[in-house]
Design a protein around this ligand. Structure first.
Ligand code: HEM
Length: 165
């Protein structure tokens, strides 16, 4: 049974990963680049709406990647008990992937997301930037970028682990 389920789990694993990684790229790179020549007031509204809309689908995709990753390693994979996690290279890589995946998703979905919404909700900061006082907003955006960068860094580590799994 396990053997036949493997391709199915792998299919959904890769599909969810595409949505998770692609969604983050879309917001963090494409949308931000496309909006950056607009007035700050409009950027704030568009990014806020985009982040709110994407939050649940990306969270579900991230959970999907982790759940299918667990199934691929256990139900249709070589991990049968705790011992196979501690005593095999596959087990070590799988456990590391699980921990990094869970931490990256938790960080992005709660800490990064909350920081972004807080900044995007600070209307005077964006309005002031439209009137010339750009420095405080740029400083806050740089801080947000550093906080948000943790999630893609975790994903990069996961992709490297997947190569060796
Ligand atoms: C963004 C994150 C991830 C991406 C892009 C990703 C991508 C992939 C890809 C492309 C494969 C197929 C590799 C192959 O068949 O050679 C794979 C397999 C697998 N992944 Fe992931 N993965 C991610 C996260 C995770 C996480 C968090 C876990 C653990 C909970 C995990 C566990 C596994 C397992 C067990 C396999 C099967 C390996 C095998 O059968 O040899 N993955 N993953």
């Amino acid at each position: 049974m396990g053997f036949r389920l493997h391709p199915l789990f792998l299919f959904f694993h890769i599909l969810f990963a595409i949505v998770w990684v692609g969604g983050l790229f879309f917001i963090g790179w494409s949308a931000v680049s496309a909006y950056k020549h607009m007035p700050y007031k409009e950027q704030r509204l568009l990014l806020r709406r985009l982040m709110k809309w994407f939050h649940l689908p990306l969270l579900c995709a991230g959970i999907g990647v982790i759940v299918t990753g667990i199934l691929l390693g256990t139900l249709s994979g070589p991990i049968r008990d705790w011992k196979s996690i501690w005593h095999s290279t596959f087990g070590h890589l799988w456990a590391t992937a699980f921990i990094i995946g869970a931490l990256s998703l938790t960080w992005g979905a709660w800490i990064g997301y909350r920081h972004a919404l807080k900044l995007l909700g600070n209307e005077p900061l964006w309005a002031n930037a439209d009137h010339g006082a750009k420095k405080p907003l740029h400083k806050a955006l740089l801080r947000l970028l550093l906080i948000e960068a943790i999630e893609p860094a975790g994903i990069l580590a996961l992709i490297i682990i997947m190569v060796f799994l």
